[in-house]
Design a protein around this ligand. Structure first.
Ligand SMILES: *[C@@H]1O[C@H](CO)[C@@H](O)[C@H](O)[C@H]1NC(C)=O
Ligand SMILES: *[C@@H]1O[C@H](CO)[C@@H](O)[C@H](O)[C@H]1NC(C)=O
Ligand SMILES: *[C@@H]1O[C@H](CO)[C@@H](O)[C@H](O)[C@H]1NC(C)=O
Ligand SMILES: *[C@@H]1O[C@H](CO)[C@@H](O)[C@H](O)[C@H]1NC(C)=O
Ligand SMILES: *[C@@H]1O[C@H](CO)[C@@H](O)[C@H](O)[C@H]1NC(C)=O
Length: 617
C-alpha cells in the first residue's frame, strides 16, 4: 500500500523530530520520554565497548546535571567494526529494560541500524567522579523514601512509576541514574567489604562519605544507608575482578561505565580492578576477660551459619570462640542444625552438633562447655529445609549453671513464675516454669521461624539469678534492595519481626514487672537494625536497652554483618536497666568475618561479646 501524501508528510516530520541528542533521549527522569519510540541519526562518541553493546556520549551536550550525556546501545554485533574514539551516528529504538519487576530500568537504544562512522581517532576522556561530576549524595537514596529508607509502610511507590525529575544533588539513585552510560573514573577507590563470589566489589572513591568506620568500611545508621557507595561489576574486557579483596583494601583508580545491572547501579570497569594496598584481615580479639565468677562474667553471641556436626567450618567456629572471644562463660549461639544437618529425616536433636562444637573448643583450648537447647518440631522453624536450625547456649558449668533447671520440650511455653511464699529462695527471684524453655512457641508470630529460648542462670558467687533470651527472628529474605524500584524498599518479613518483637518484649516485660532490678539479656540475630520499627517496639515494650547504646559504642563501629554496600548490625544485645546502668558493663563486636577475604569467611555474621557484673548485689 502506498502511503498517502498526508501520511508521508507526517512520517517526514517525525524523522526530523527524531534527530535527538543523547540528553534528550535520556531526559531528566528515570524513564526516557521517548521510551518505545524509534530514533534516527543519534550521534555520539564511542566511549566503551562491552560484550553485548557499546556506549556513546553526546557530541552536543547540554548543561543539565540531571540528564546523562551517554547511553547504552544494546547489540552484540554493533561494536564489531567500530573503535573507541569513533564518532558514530545510528538509528534504533529507545527501550527501557529490566530483567526483574523489582529493578530500576536501564534506558538503552536497542536494535541499532544504519551505523555510520562520522570520524575516528577522537579523544575519549572519562569523567572523574566528584570533579567533572557532582559528588555522590551521602545520605538518601530517593525522595520516595520520605527521609527514612526503613520507614513503614514500605513498597508504597515505584521509582519507575513516579518517574520524578532527578535531583542528583540530594538522592543517590538520582545521582547514579544521571550518569547512566557515562565513562567515569573513581579516584583512590577503597573496598567497603568482601566482594561476592563473582568479584563484584563495593567501593567509594575520594569523595566525601559519611558513616566511615575505623577499618574503612561504611556503616549504616538511622536514616543514612550510604548511597555514596557503588559496586564495581564484571569488567568489560572479560577479565575477572579479584575475590580476595576485603574491607579497607585500596585499588588503582577505576575507569568504567555507569550501568544499571542486576538491579543495582554499578560501574563496569574497562578491565579488572587491581589492589594497591591491603587492610588487615586479623580482627583484634576481645579485651574482655572473665574473672571466673559473678564479678566479671563474659557473655558472647554468634550466628554460626547452619552449623552441622560435619560442617567444614565447625573447627573454625570453635577457633573463633577460643581465639577471638577467649572462651566466654556463656555463649548465645544461633543457627545450630540438627544431628543430621540438612538431611530431611525427622531428626531434630542437635546433641551431636553441639557436642562436636564443644569437643572442638576443648581440643583448641582445654575448656569444657556444657550446652542447653530445645529442639524444634521438625521443619517448623524455617531456615534450610531439614536443618531444623535453633538457638542454643554453651556455658562453662564451673562459672554458670542453669537456675532451677527444668528442660522444656518443643511445644512447652515457659512462663515467668513469681517466687512463692515466705523465705523465698535466692533473693525471692522469679523463676522460669521451663528452664531452658521456648517463649510462646504456639504463637503465630513464630510460624516458620525460630522460637526464642529463655533461661535463668546462677553465676558463681551471685546472690540472684540472671535471665537470658536467645533470639533468631525471621530473616529479611523476600525484601527488595536499597537500589530497587520499590520505595521505600521492601523490608522482607518486617511484619513477622513486628509480631516477634511484641511476643519477645512482652515476656521480658512480665519478668521486669516482677523484678524491675533483674539482670536480663536478650541477644542474638534479630535480623533487624536497632533504629527500625520492630526493635523500637521491642525496646518500648520490654524496657530493654540496646547495649551499644548503653555503652556508647561509636555509631560507625556498630556492625556485625556486611550486606550489599553497608556494614550493619543485625545482631544485638539488649539488657535490662540494671545492666545498662552498671559501671562494669562492656560490649565489643569482634570483626572476625566482616574483615576477612571471601575464602576466609567462617560465618556471615560477626560475633559479639559483653562483660557484666552478675553478682546481683
Ligand atoms: C545526522 O547528524 C549529523 C550531525 O551529527 C548531521 O551532520 C547529518 O546531516 C545528519 N544526517 C541526517 C541524515 O539527518
Ligand atoms: C564488519 O565488517 C565486515 C567486513 O567489511 C562485514 O562483513 C560485517 O558485516 C561488518 N559487521 C557489522 C556488524 O557491520
Ligand atoms: C510497583 O511495581 C510492582 C512490580 O511491577 C507492582 O507489583 C506494584 O503494584 C507497584 N506498586 C506501586 C505502588 O505502583
Ligand atoms: C540430648 O541430650 C539431652 C541432654 O543430655 C538428653 O536428654 C537427650 O535424650 C538427648 N537426645 C538425643 C536424641 O540423644
Ligand atoms: C502486642 O500484642 C498484643 C496482643 O496480641 C496487642 O494487643 C498489642 O497491640 C500488640 N502491641 C504492639 C505494640 O504491637
Amino acid at each position: 500500500m502506498k502511503p498517502t501524501p498526508v501520511l508521508w508528510v507526517f512520517a517526514s516530520l517525525q524523522s526530523l523530530a527524531a534527530a535527538l541528542t543523547v540528553a534528550e533521549i535520556n531526559g531528566n527522569k528515570f524513564i526516557s520520554p521517548y521510551s518505545g519510540q524509534a530514533v534516527t541519526n543519534v550521534t555520539g562518541l564511542l566511549i566503551a565497548k562491552g560484550p553485548n553493546g557499546i556506549w556513546i556520549r553526546s557530541t552536543t551536550p547540554d548543561d543539565d546535571d540531571a540528564t546523562s550525556e551517554a547511553v547504552y546501545v544494546f547489540s552484540n554485533k554493533v561494536g564489531a567494526n567500530l573503535t573507541v574514539g569513533d564518532i558514530i551516528s545510528l538509528d534504533g529504538k529507545v527501550t527501557e529494560y529490566r530483567s526483574n519487576a523489582n529493578y530500576i530500568y536501564l534506558t538503552e537504544i536497542a536494535s541499532p541500524t544504519n551505523v555510520r562512522v562520522v570520524s575516528s581517532g577522537n579523544a575519549v576522556t572519562p569523567l572523574v567522579i566528584g570533579k567533572d561530576t557532582l559528588s555522590p549524595p551521602t545520605v538518601q537514596y530517593s525522595s520516595l523514601d520520605g527521609g527514612d529508607i526503613y520507614s513503614l509502610p514500605n513498597g508504597v511507590a515505584n521509582v519507575s512509576e513516579a518517574n520524578l525529575v532527578l535531583d542528583p544533588t540530594k538522592y543517590g539513585l538520582d545521582f547514579w541514574e544521571s550518569l547512566s552510560g557515562e565513562l567515569v573514573t573513581v579516584k583512590a577507590p577503597r573496598a567497603i567489604k568482601t566482594p561476592n563470589q563473582y568479584g563484584d566489589t563495593w567501593v567509594v572513591g575520594d569523595w566525601a562519605v559519611t558513616g566511615e568506620n575505623k577499618h574503612g568500611g561504611l556503616t549504616m545508621s538511622d536514616k543514612d544507608s550510604n548511597p555514596e557507595i557503588i559496586t564495581i561489576g564484571a569488567p568489560l574486557d572479560g577479565t575477572k575482578n579479584p575475590t580476595t579483596s576485603k574491607m579497607g583494601d585500596q585499588f588503582e583508580d577505576i575507569t568504567g561505565i555507569v550501568q544499571q545491572t542486576f538491579g543495582f547501579y554499578a560501574i563496569l570497569p574497562l578491565t579488572a580492578i587491581k589492589t594497591t594496598a591491603v587492610a588487615s584481615a586479623a580482627a583484634p580479639p576481645t579485651t574482655l576477660l572473665s574473672q571466673g565468677n559473678c564479678k566479671a562474667l563474659t557473655i558472647g553471641s554468634y550466628n554460626v551459619e547452619n552449623l552441622a556436626p560435619t560442617s567444614a567450618h565447625l573447627p573454625k567456629v570453635a577457633a573463633h570462640l577460643v581465639d577471638y572471644l577467649k572462651t566466654p562463660d556463656l555463649i548465645f549461639i544461633q543457627e545450630v542444625q540438627d544431628d543430621s544437618g540438612p538431611t530431611d529425616d525427622g531428626v531434630v536433636s542437635a546433641n551431636a552438633t553441639l557436642s562436636a562444637l564443644v569437643d572442638a573448643i576443648k581440643a583448641a583450648s582445654g575448656v569444657t562447655y556444657a550446652f542447653a537447647d530445645v529442639a524444634p518440631v521438625s521443619n517448623a522453624d524455617g531456615g534450610q529445609p531439614g536443618g531444623n536450625i535453633r538457638v542454643a547456649y554453651l556455658y562453662r558449668p564451673e562459672v554458670v549453671e542453669l537456675y532451677q533447671p527444668n528442660q522444656g520440650g518443643s511445644n512447652d511455653a515457659t512462663e515467668v513464675v513469681a517466687a512463692q511464699g515466705k523465705g523465698k529462695s535466692f533473693g525471692g527471684a522469679p523463676t522460669l516454669s521451663f528452664n531452658p524453655g521456648r517463649i510462646d512457641p504456639a504463637n503465630g508470630a513464630w510460624t516458620a521461624s525460630r522460637k526464642p529460648l529463655a533461661a535463668a542462670w546462677k553465676a558463681k558467687g551471685a546472690k540472684r539469678p540472671f535471665y537470658t533470651v536467645n533470639v533468631h527472628w525471621s530473616s529479611k529474605g523476600g525484601g527488595t534492595s536499597l537500589h530497587g524500584d520499590r520505595r521505600p524498599p521492601i523490608n522482607g518479613a518486617v511484619e513477622a519481626r513486628m509480631a516477634q518483637a511484641n511476643v519477645t518484649g512482652s515476656f521480658i516485660a512480665e519478668l521486669l514487672a516482677l523484678d524491675p532490678t533483674a539482670n536480663v539479656i536478650a541477644a542474638g540475630d534479630f535480623n533487624e537494625f536497632a533504629f527500625v520499627q520492630p526493635l523500637k517496639t521491642f525496646s518500648a515494650i520490654s524496657k530493654m536497652v540496646e547495649l551499644d547504646e548503653a555503652v556508647k559504642t561509636p555509631i560507625e563501629e556498630r556492625y556485625t554483618y556486611a550486606y550489599d554496600m553497608n556494614a550493619q548490625a543485625l545482631d544485638h544485645m539488649y539488657v535490662s536497666p540494671a545492666l545498662a546502668h552498671s559501671k562494669t558493663t562492656r560490649f565489643e563486636h569482634i570483626h572476625a568475618n566482616s574483615w576477612a577475604a571471601f575464602d576466609d569467611v567462617v560465618s556471615d555474621h560477626d560475633p559479639s561479646i559483653a562483660l557484666f557484673n552478675m553478682c546481683g548485689c
